[in-house]
Design a protein around this ligand. Structure first.
Ligand SMILES: Nc1ncnc2c1ncn2[C@@H]1O[C@H](COP(=O)(O)OP(=O)(O)OP(=O)(O)O)[C@@H](O)[C@H]1O
Ligand SMILES: [Mg+2]
Length: 373
């Protein structure tokens, strides 16, 4: 430890991949357009992002936002118009797909139907001309990893959807790529199997230590599985963060709206830009993301589970209104409240004794998230 550089902290320990967040993929100013003239589409617009070693990283966004395009550029199936992509510190722009230490699992699995499970799994290594014994060992290891040993000899057109999914994963993992790209690999599965495979994928990522870049437009899937999520819209990455960060502190209106239910209220920042005045006059500490206005009218976001119903004259009632509807959904109740002065909010409680028509107060968190448009 004494050999650390002079600028190191006095008690600094040797950094590890986990503490230093070593970067596996660095995309810098990546732009990709399709078509020409008036029909030109900017699929990716100046995207810069770091994906760390050994992380489960998810690209989340609506259809057409550029998720597959970004994966295809990382894999080398397409080239960017501008910008560059580094993989483990190396510029990979000149490398064809098969020379990149990257493998892809497609939504369609793309297995060879006439070949056995084992042969499918070993196929990539066979193409690389690896020795037979190595292929055999790797195939056995992968069969065990995805728990498919008992089906090694079966043709893949005689497997269930979930089993095919496992073979596709094993085949992609067998050559031990540095990065595994997964483009909506679970979308063909029914809900129960999908949930099982989510846990399975997370386990595989942990056990192999391979960096996973996972694409989905399902926000719940992204929140459950990811170490970090990049929320995309119209060719741009709007926010990158851990699931809790993205959920609790969405910086942009689109991110707040896209993930879960949320109440978006108008407010006014005070002169110092520290507190926001809600419509009823309550003053709450403001959480200001980068790029937010420091004064004037703003939008603030509050999750339904972070609000509570109170008596209208209770000191903690930041807002008041009237209950318009109560919807039971199994794990709790959604209470809809029309605010005095206009607008409606949703309050989510496990239990409630609220009555439709009742005049109520609403408590809010100590600090509220201000959104950038
Ligand atoms: N080869 C292509 N030629 C022309 N336009 C393309 C091509 N590939 C993608 N696009 C366009 O680029 C944009 C981004 O497409 P992309 O496939 O990356 O979206 P996506 O986020 O993966 O969407 P989805 O969730 O529907 O798969 C879309 O507007 C799409 O129509
Ligand atoms: Mg896609």
């Amino acid at each position: 430890m004494a050999t650390q550089s002079a600028t190191a902290q006095p008690d600094a320990h040797r950094p590890t991949a986990a503490t230093t967040h070593e970067v596996m993929i660095h995309a810098e100013g990546v732009t990709k357009t399709f078509g020409h003239g008036s029909s030109q589409i900017t699929a990716l617009d100046n995207v810069t992002v770091d994906i760390r070693k050994n992380e489960f990283f998810t690209l989340l966004g609506p259809s057409g936002c550029g998720k597959t395009t970004l994966l295809r550029l990382i894999a080398g199936f397409d080239l960017p118009d501008a910008g560059q992509i580094l993989l483990d510190g190396q510029e990979i722009g000149h490398l064809p797909p098969y020379k990149r230490p990257v493998n892809t699992v497609f939504q369609s699995y793309a297995l060879f139907p006439h070949m056995s499970v084992a042969r499918n799994i070993g196929f990539g290594l066979e193409m690389q001309g690896r020795p037979k014994s190595e292929i055999k060992d790797a195939t056995e290891e992968m069969l065990a990893l995805v728990q498919m040993q008992h089906l090694a000899g079966r043709r893949t057109d005689q497997l269930s959807g979930g089993q095919q999914q496992r073979v596709a994963l094993a085949r992609a993992l067998a050559p031990r790529p540095k990065v595994l790209l997964l483009d909506e690999p679970l979308s063909a599965l029914d809900l129960k199997l999908r949930k099982e495979m989510q846990i399975e994928l997370k386990r595989l990522q942990g056990e192999t230590g391979i960096t996973f870049v996972f694409v989905t437009h399902d926000q719940e899937e992204a929140l459950t599985m990811s170490d970090r999520i990049a929320v995309m819209q119209a060719g741009s990455i709007l926010q990158v963060g851990a699931p809790k960060e993205i959920y609790n502190n969405p910086a942009r209106r689109f991110v707040a709206d896209f993930i879960g239910d949320i109440n978006i209220l108008d407010g006014d920042l005070d002169a110092k830009g520290e507190r926001v005045i809600l419509p009823g006059g309550a003053s709450i500490r403001a959480l200001l993301p980068e790029g937010a206005a420091r004064t004037g009218r703003v939008s603030v976001a509050i999750r339904p589970e972070n609000m509570n119903l109170t008596a209208p004259d209770a000191p903690e009632a930041a807002l008041t209104g009237r209950v318009t509807n109560i919807v039971y959904f199994g794990a709790g109740h959604n209470v809809h409240v029309a605010l005095e002065g206009g607008g409606e909010v949703l309050v989510r409680r496990a239990q409630t004794d609220a009555q439709i028509g009742a005049h109520v107060g609403l408590s809010v968190p100590d600090a509220v998230q201000v959104l950038v448009d």
